[in-house]
Design a protein around this ligand. Sequence first.
Ligand code: K2U
Ligand code: ZN
Length: 201
Amino acid sequence: MARSFAQMARTAEQVNRGVQVPKVAMDNPPFPIHKLGDQVLRKPAKRISKVDESVRELARAMLRTMYSAKGIGLAAPQVGVHKQLLVIDLEPDNEAAAPMVLINPEITSFGAAIDTYEEGCLSIPGVYLDVVRPSVVEVTFRDEMGRPQKLQADGLLARCIQHEMDHLNGVLFVDRVSDELSLNEELKEQGFDRAAVRTIR
Ligand code: K2U
Ligand code: ZN
């Protein structure tokens, strides 16, 4: 049965809009963000087998939670959902820019160059420390409509993708900080338990 123009227009609108939500801070965000020390953050996320409306609804709720916390990225384990789903929006002040939804992301290659960048994390508020990571990454993923995507990222996007993908594997940026003194100092200042860090290398 042929679809009416209105039905086609609605589908097109739905496809284009994907999971866009207003980029505003809410009084009661959909999810609490779990903090360093909570074992929820250390449990690896499972692959998503089917990208359906429930996955898009989860992405919308994560975006509302991320905008409310003034973040530019958020991974599902941070809100206690162990699914391989992350959202990124590098332009949180631009309503016209669509956020990114990465489902079952995999980094297929790292560039040779490395960068140092002062990272923060919505799960470790008040702690900002330098982390060294590759400058460029190539990543494959499914988007919010389940379409396979491949992306080469550099700059802040490459940094954010790596930070969020670590969350999917139960890794936190503080695990990658090499400056022990600053790490101990900042964690103590913010009241976090140093034992909650699982130093890599
Ligand atoms: O906790 C999170 O995963 C959100 C992270 C994402 C991020 C971490 C390091 C570098 C880039 C992104 C941040 O807390 S979002 C806060 C923020 C805002 C602007 C620039 C950098 C970080
Ligand atoms: Zn984080």
